[in-house]
Design a protein around this ligand. Sequence first.
Ligand code: APR
Ligand code: MG
Ligand code: MG
Length: 201
Amino acid sequence: MASGQLSRAEALACSGCRHACHVMLYADTKAQLFGRIPIKHIILMQMRFDGLLGFPGGLVNPSEETLESGLSRELSEELGLALPISVEDHVDSCYAPPSSPSSSSRLITHFYVKKMDEEQIREVERAAASTAADHGLEVLGMVRVPLYTMKGGGGLASFLSHSFIGNARSQLVHSMLRLNLVAPGELHKALTHSLKTHAHT
Ligand code: APR
Ligand code: MG
Ligand code: MG
């Protein structure tokens, strides 16, 4: 396991810690941008109330609910529908960097990935923009991640140059690699380009 990472059991053993669970929902698609650029996969993220990009999910209370039922509850609020999340969807757990030196209890973030059908993803997008209690408040909108690179360099590199909450950016990058959603060489180029873009803004 990489440094800073904990098993699910180790994480739950920390009674004084706060816990947050987030999930990457994704699907395969045959859709093509401009009728010629394959989109390949749909990955859902959200624009948060704080102007940062992140994954849907939030704080859970393991003394009252399991991590997975707490995550489902957060998804009902943020996406407007009940999505069952299971232990098998869990990817990793790690300590979040302390938000301020005075913050007393440490935050552990648990990350999940769930594959869906394209139609289920569309249903999530519809519900998130209509029935979700958090719509327009804690969640400003769902966004899809562009996984392609355009001739001028736009696409994934530009997306990665935005600002992300916590370790959401590295959760995204590692998931794209692990699930082979973007070719490693293309991802490497996008990462290099996004760092340059970031340095200029
Ligand atoms: N990786 C690591 N940490 C994250 C990630 C992520 N991908 N996403 C969010 N966090 C952190 C945030 O910094 C936050 O402190 O996890 C914590 C909880 O996540 P949220 O999704 O923000 O929590 P939620 O329960 O949906 O929102 C409730 O949390 O951020 C506060 O005051 C804010 O009212 C809000 C409350
Ligand atoms: Mg929430
Ligand atoms: Mg949240």
